[in-house]
Design a protein. Structure first.
Length: 117
C-alpha cells in the first residue's frame, strides 16, 4: 500500500524556519521524482519544488529561501524553508512522479504551515 506521510508543519513567525519531511512507502522510491506542492485557501495548487533525476526545480516565489533534498535509503524527501513569509501560509503536500511519466501518481495528505506573528 502506497503511503506518503508529511510532517513538520506548524505555526512560525515571519522570518522563521521549518523543515518538512515526507516519508514514502509502498513503491520504489528511487524510481520517482518527488515534488512539493502547496495550496492556500482560495488559490490554485502551486509547485514549490521538484527533485528529478539529479535536477532540482524551485518556484520563483521560494527560490533562495527553500531547499529540497531527498534521502533515498530512508525513502524520505525534505523541504527546508527559511525566511518564511506570511504568503507562504498553505497546506504543503509531497507527491511522487514516476520518472518518464507526466502525472504525479501518489500524494500525501498534507501538512499545514502557518506563518504569522
Amino acid at each position: 500500500q502506497v503511503q506518503l506521510v508529511e510532517s513538520g508543519g506548524g505555526l512560525v513567525q515571519p522570518g522563521g524556519s521549518l523543515r518538512l519531511s515526507c516519508a514514502a512507502s509502498g513503491f520504489t522510491f528511487r524510481l520517482y521524482s518527488m515534488g512539493w506542492f502547496r495550496q492556500a485557501p482560495g488559490k490554485e495548487r502551486e509547485l514549490v519544488a521538484r527533485l528529478g533525476s539529479g535536477l532540482k526545480y524551485y518556484g520563483d516565489s521560494v527560490k533562495g529561501r527553500f531547499t529540497a533534498s531527498r534521502d533515498n535509503p530512508k525513502n524520505t524527501v525534505y523541504l527546508q524553508m527559511n525566511s518564511l513569509k506570511p504568503e507562504d501560509t498553505a497546506v504543503y503536500y509531497c507527491a511522487a512522479q514516476r520518472i518518464g511519466v507526466a502525472n504525479y501518481a501518489y500524494w500525501g495528505q498534507g501538512t499545514q504551515v502557518t506563518v504569522s506573528s
